[in-house]
Design a binder for this molecule. Structure first.
Ligand code: PMP
Length: 308
């Protein structure tokens, strides 16, 4: 990832990649007291365009609330810093990683006196689950690790520490030869992937677990729901999906900033539908890429152009 980029924004300054360092007693390192975002910027006719930046910023600021973590930069400052990072490094498209965290002052659990620090890095990042995955689909396994409940950790905040749950599920899946995991919640219903929301298609209707199932309120999830409804599909965005329904679904797919819209072709080696990208998934995927690559004028307000 380094190599294509040489600059990181930290606490208001542009610093060399190699100098983007923090103290080893950083509170966020020990206790995971940070919040972050993952955003994509797409290559369009009008130059690089950041997709749903405003919604990502909303979630970024809101994620800090349970932790008393007030991001010490406003929307304009973060927007300008990000645009400048992309311009300076001449990136036609990229992934954007803003993070805010408690720095070092002391290592008591409650970070009252720790400084609130912020960084933004950008780098080129292709298809998260592989180029093939977008067309052929991925093979997933239902993880032996459950998604934590929102009574344990807020699931609507994107907090660094709890991502160990996703890391455990991903590692397990990879060890067993799968591309990705699927996590059930404490009730045994389907929650989401380690970094993706899940969609299910049955009889041409679309289902996705509701927020109460302990999922992250994905911005791509919201995009998919919107696009699918515009295409005339019935979308149930408050579904409870049992494990067995994974096997009887016509189609399954993931949504996420990194994963975009990725079909799932097998769950624990049981074929989903025809075992390849299904027609509804293909429809949604096409609408998604037409949108983000600006082959349509729709939803212009979802784009923040870097060069303006
Ligand atoms: N669930 C989890 C656990 C995630 O980490 C992500 C990625 N942020 C998503 C879902 C998808 O969210 P989004 O579409 O906003 O990237």
């Amino acid at each position: 990832e380094a190599g294509d980029v040489d600059t990181v924004w930290m606490d208001g300054e542009f610093v060399d990649w190699d100098d983007a360092q923090i103290h080893v007693l950083t509170h966020g390192l020990h206790y995971g007291t940070g919040v972050f975002e993952g955003v994509r910027c797409y290559d369009t006719e009008d130059g690089p365009a950041i997709f749903r930046w405003e919604e990502h910023l909303d979630r970024f600021y809101q994620s800090g609330k349970p932790y008393n973590l007030e991001v010490p930069f406003d929307r304009e400052e973060l927007t300008e810093a990000t645009k400048e990072l992309i311009r300076r490094q001449d990136l036609p498209s990229c992934y954007i990683r803003p993070i805010a965290y408690y720095g070092y002052d002391m290592l008591g659990l409650s970070p009252e006196t720790c400084p609130e620090q912020v960084a933004i890095a950008v780098w080129p990042w292709g298809a998260y689950l592989g180029e093939d995955a977008l067309e052929q689909g991925v093979e997933v396994t239902v993880s032996s690790w459950q998604k934590y409940s929102s009574a344990q950790i807020p699931t609507n905040a994107k907090t660094t520490g709890p991502y160990v749950n996703s890391v455990l599920a991903s590692l397990e899946a990879k060890r067993e030869g799968y591309t990705e995991a699927l996590l059930l919640n404490g009730e045994g219903n389907v929650a989401e992937g380690p970094g993706e929301n899940l969609f299910l298609v049955r009889d041409d209707e679309i289902y996705t677990p509701g927020l109460a199932e302990g999922i992250l309120d994905g911005i791509t999830r919201n995009t998919v729901i919107t696009l699918a409804r515009e295409q005339g599909y019935t979308v149930h965005d408050d579904a409870t999906i049992s494990r067995g329904e994974l096997n009887t679904a016509d189609e399954l797919f993931f949504s996420g900033t990194a994963a975009e819209v990725t079909p799932i072709r097998k769950v624990d080696n049981v074929v989903v539908g025809e075992g390849s990208r299904g027609p509804v998934t293909e429809d949604i995927q096409k609408a998604f890429f037409d949108l983000v690559e600006r082959r349509t004028d729709a939803h212009e307000d979802w784009f923040t152009y870097v060069d303006v």
